[in-house]
Ligand binder design. Structure first.
Ligand SMILES: C[S@@+](CC[C@H](N)C(=O)[O-])C[C@H]1O[C@@H](n2cnc3c(N)ncnc32)[C@H](O)[C@@H]1O
Length: 365
């Protein structure tokens, strides 16, 4: 069981950030978040009707949380998100209103792919990626060569990178970015009074760059590097952050970070650890501890763990069965403080946000 530590107290934020929202800003946030939620939730329901259930609906209803419990936790996240924006902890997301042309196109591709995903799910086929590997492919770690979420091509195609963010938003009914944004609160605290242009953040397992995009909106001058094993996901990240000169990307393995000892101020990892075997998690934490400067921070965002929100424990049991997540059950039962503690990093705060948890660890100064 993970110990609860106090949430971070109020912090002072850079003067460039607004500390209040006008009534029009509030309305814009509420309307755009409501539209996002309405869209993604309706598409989630539509997707559920088109796939073969993994467990019978009644079974989940009897043992799992109710829809209203889940939705009220999601709405609490949106309320907190708006309060953070209001307090100037991060800026209003500029892309809350998705472009209809792009959304309809990606939605069509999502539903076209869903039939294949469902066939894979019914067959329990989570290692197609490994079986399709060619001799010319780079020597990826074996655990990585899986169809996580039963997704087509795993993390290794442009088509998969094109669908990934959309799939995640559907899964969380439009709450995925708001969960990622919660890591910007401890980042704002850390940045308070520091020169952004000489501060380095590395986001490991950055995927298509969603977190870096949000972090760059909040801290435009902060030097940021996104690192991932997947070349197609990195291509997409580069396109999505084109023109942001403080951000760069590298192909690499988080188990062997290509940075000197004590050279990085903040390392973030967002929705990465639940997809890593325990031995890899240990290696990655050791690497983060090595590259961090004394006083540096790890921002760790991932699923809530067993016992964090007892009412959602059943959901944590169900999820890896429906979405091919071979290391999820082990991750949600693991002791994060012990894992980081062995590498010399100490826990500062743990903050639950809907189905995620933001944990902050520090390297002693
Ligand atoms: C679930 S996705 C999370 C992506 C992103 N951080 C987000 O917020 O959605 C996991 C990502 O970690 C990457 N990954 C997995 N193992 C890795 C490793 N050892 N080193 C670097 N990246 C890795 C995958 O390619 C994938 O992009």
């Amino acid at each position: 069981m993970i110990a609860r530590l106090p949430c971070p107290g109020p912090a002072r934020y850079p003067a460039t950030m607004r500390s209040h929202l006008s009534p029009i800003d509030r309305l814009a946030y509420t309307a755009s978040q409501a539209a996002r939620f309405g869209w993604f939730y309706s598409q989630y329901r539509r997707a559920q009707r088109r796939i073969t259930p993994v467990v019978r609906k009644e079974q989940l209803r009897d043992s799992g949380p109710s829809t209203s419990e889940l939705l009220s936790a999601l709405f609490a996240l949106f309320r907190r998100d708006m309060k953070n924006i209001e307090a100037g902890r991060y800026a209003m997301p500029p892309d809350m209103w998705p472009r209809p042309g792009r959304v309809l196109g990606v939605n069509r591709r999502f539903f076209r792919d869903l039939q294949t995903v469902d066939r894979r799910r019914q067959a329990g086929a989570g290692d197609e990626v490994f079986r399709k590997l060619r001799d010319s492919d780079p020597p990826y770690p074996r655990y990585f060569l899986q169809n996580f979420h039963f997704q087509s091509d795993g993390y290794l195609s442009a088509d998969s990178a094109d669908l990934y963010d959309y799939q995640v938003e559907i899964l969380f009914s439009g709450g995925a970015d708001a969960m990622r944004r919660q890591a910007l609160v401890p980042l704002a605290e850390f940045m308070n009074g520091r020169p952004a242009a000489t501060t380095q953040l590395v986001d490991i397992g950055c995927g298509t760059g969603r977190f870096l995009r949000l972090a760059s909106d909040a801290q435009p001058l902060l030097r940021m590097t996104g690192l991932d094993l997947s070349p197609p996901y990195l291509d997409r990240a580069r396109r999505s952050l084109r023109g942001r000169r403080a951000v760069r990307f590298m192909t690499g393995n988080a188990e062997q970070l290509p940075f000197p000892d004590a050279s990085v101020d903040v390392v973030s990892n967002i929705f990465l650890f639940h997809e890593l075997p325990a031995r890899v998690r240990t290696n990655v934490v050791r690497e983060m501890a090595r590259v961090l400067r004394p006083g540096g921070l790890v921002l760790h965002v991932d699923t809530i763990q067993k016992g964090d929100e007892a009412r959602f424990d059943q959901l944590l049991d169900f999820f890896p069965r429906a979405y091919h997540e071979p290391y999820f059950a082990d991750y949600v039962a693991s002791d994060l403080e012990a894992l980081y503690g062995e590498a010399g990093l100490t826990a500062r705060t743990h903050t639950n946000a809907f189905l995620s948890k933001v944990s902050v660890f520090a390297k002693p100064a």
